[in-house]
Structure formats: structure tokens, C-alpha cells
Write a protein that binds this ligand. Structure first.
Ligand code: AP5
Ligand code: ZN
Length: 213
């Protein structure tokens, strides 16, 4: 089953998406992770994307559409969970064209939402492992040893765009460019909406029910 997860920054797309994809055996295609990997590898796309990401702006559509298409067709037989793509109506239209071209379809589109105060608390406290990319939170899911990844022992860091002033801009970009996707997807088959303001396990149960129900 192919799934789209969308919602505001910090709502839990990455945390829940990775868990669900692992459980059902799908590939977790997280646009932000794909872009951050391109930046750290210094690829042409990564170099072009970096300034947009640091400023909390969307990377140009043509760049992200090409990157996600590469990933989808690289493993065409395998189901996927898209997290952070599409992020505006034009990307959603490109995705529809791309799926039609490859004879693929999306079975569930899940919108995750939470009040802004939850989003701010989550983003300000997020910590990520430099080595394996696993996410922690200073208060809500702290590592056993401060600054060290439980999974691999890697060093934890704060994302450059998780500074307060950049977070405010990302939320503004979300309201202006990504929120209109709700109207685009609302009437489509497979559209579901979940409350992502609760504790992680509660949100995960709601997500599973939305995807499987
Ligand atoms: P991206 O990495 O996709 O960032 P985002 O959408 O802003 O989402 P986040 O990763 O910040 O949040 P999330 O919802 O995944 O939350 P998480 O699970 O980590 O994109 C980064 C940048 O790349 C963009 O700004 C843009 O420049 C560019 N980009 C990406 N996609 C693009 C596209 N399609 N087009 C153009 N540009 C694009 O959770 C956050 C924290 O909260 C964690 O610490 C977690 O532990 C904690 N947490 C999660 N759930 C809970 C809970 N229920 N209770 C308590 N804590 C929780
Ligand atoms: Zn790690």
C-alpha cells in the first residue's frame, strides 16, 4: 500500500512514518531526509537546496520532484510512504502525473494535525543522531545518555532549521503553501485526518487505524 503523510513541521511525520514503514515493510521516503543527505554528500542538488533549507523556505519544485521520482522508480516493486512530499499543490499535481506514468497509485493520504504550541515544543527540543538519523526529544523521548544515540552511539545534534526564528518561518511557509493541500486532497478516495497532539503511542495507533481502516 502506498501512503502520503502530510501535516505541519514537527507534527510527527518522520517519527511515526519511519515506525509505520518499518512495520509494514514499505520504503520511508522522507523528503527532508533525502535533501539533508544530498547536502551532506555535496551533490549538485544538495548544493542548490541548502540555502533554501537553512532559511526554512521550500526548495524549488523541479528539484524535489526529480529527486522523489528517482527514489520511487529505483525500487518500483516496493510500496512507499511519502513524508514531506508533496508540499504544495503544484508538487501534488506533478506526483499524480508521475504515478500515472509509472502505473502506480496512492491508497491512503493521511493529514496529521496538532496545535501550534505542540509543534513549537516538539521542534525546539528535537535532537537527531548524526550517524543513523534517528530522532529524539529532550523531554518527550530523551536518549538514555545525554547527547548520545541509544541505537548506534552516534552524536546527537540540533537541526540548523530548528532554531526559533527559522521555525517561525517554516510554520508561515506551511500555512501559505502546504495547508492548501488539504482542499486538494479532502474529497479524494483514501483521505484520512488524525489528531497528532497526543502522546507518541496514541498518535501511532490513530495512524495505523487510518491507514488500515
Ligand atoms: P522536513 O525535514 O520535511 O521538515 P518538516 O516538514 O518541517 O518536518 P519536520 O521534520 O520538522 O517534522 P516532523 O513532522 O517529521 O516531526 P518529527 O517526527 O521529527 O523538511 C526540511 C526542509 O527541507 C524544509 O523546510 C524545506 O526547506 C525542505 N523540503 C522538504 N520537503 C520539501 C518539499 N517537498 N518541497 C520543497 N522543499 C522541501 O517530530 C518532531 C519532534 O517531536 C521530534 O523530536 C520527536 O521526537 C517529537 N515528537 C514527535 N511526535 C511526538 C508526540 N506525539 N509527542 C511528543 N513529542 C513528539
Ligand atoms: Zn544513531
Amino acid at each position: 500500500m502506498n501512503v502520503i503523510l502530510f501535516g505541519p513541521p514537527g507534527v510527527g511525520k518522520g517519527t511515526q512514518g519511519e515506525k509505520l514503514a518499518t512495520e509494514v515493510g514499505s520504503q520511508h521516503l522522507a523528503m527532508g531526509d533525502i535533501l539533508r543527505a544530498a547536502v551532506s554528500q555535496g551533490t549538485e542538488a544538495g548544493v542548490a537546496a541548502k540555502a533554501y533549507m537553512d532559511a526554512g523556505k521550500l526548495v524549488p519544485d523541479e528539484l524535489v520532484v526529480a529527486m522523489i521520482e528517482d527514489r520511487i522508480i529505483a525500487d518500483e516493486g516496493r510500496s512507499f510512504l511519502l513524508d514531506g512530499f508533496p508540499r504544495n499543490v503544484s508538487q501534488a499535481e506533478s506526483l499524480d502525473r508521475m504515478l500515472a506514468l509509472h502505473g502506480l497509485s496512492i491508497e491512503r493520504i493521511v493529514f496529521m494535525d496538532a496545535p501550534e504550541q505542540n509543534l513549537l515544543d516538539r521542534l525546539c527540543g528535537r535532537l537527531i543522531c548524526k550517524a543513523c538519523g534517528f530522532g529524539f526529544h529532550r523531554h518527550y523521548s530523551p536518549p538514555r545518555n545525554s547527547g548520545v544515540c541509544d541505537r548506534c552511539g552516534g552524536e546527537l545534534y540540533q537541526r540548523d532549521d530548528d532554531r526559533e526564528e527559522v521555525i517561525a518561518h517554516r510554520l508561515e511557509v506551511y500555512r501559505e503553501q502546504t495547508a492548501p493541500l488539504l482542499d486538494f486532497y479532502k474529497g479524494k478516495d483514501g483521505f484520512r485526518c488524525i489528531d497528532a497532539s497526543g502522546e507518541m503511542h496514541v498518535v501511532y495507533d490513530a495512524l495505523k487505524e487510518a491507514v488500515e481502516g
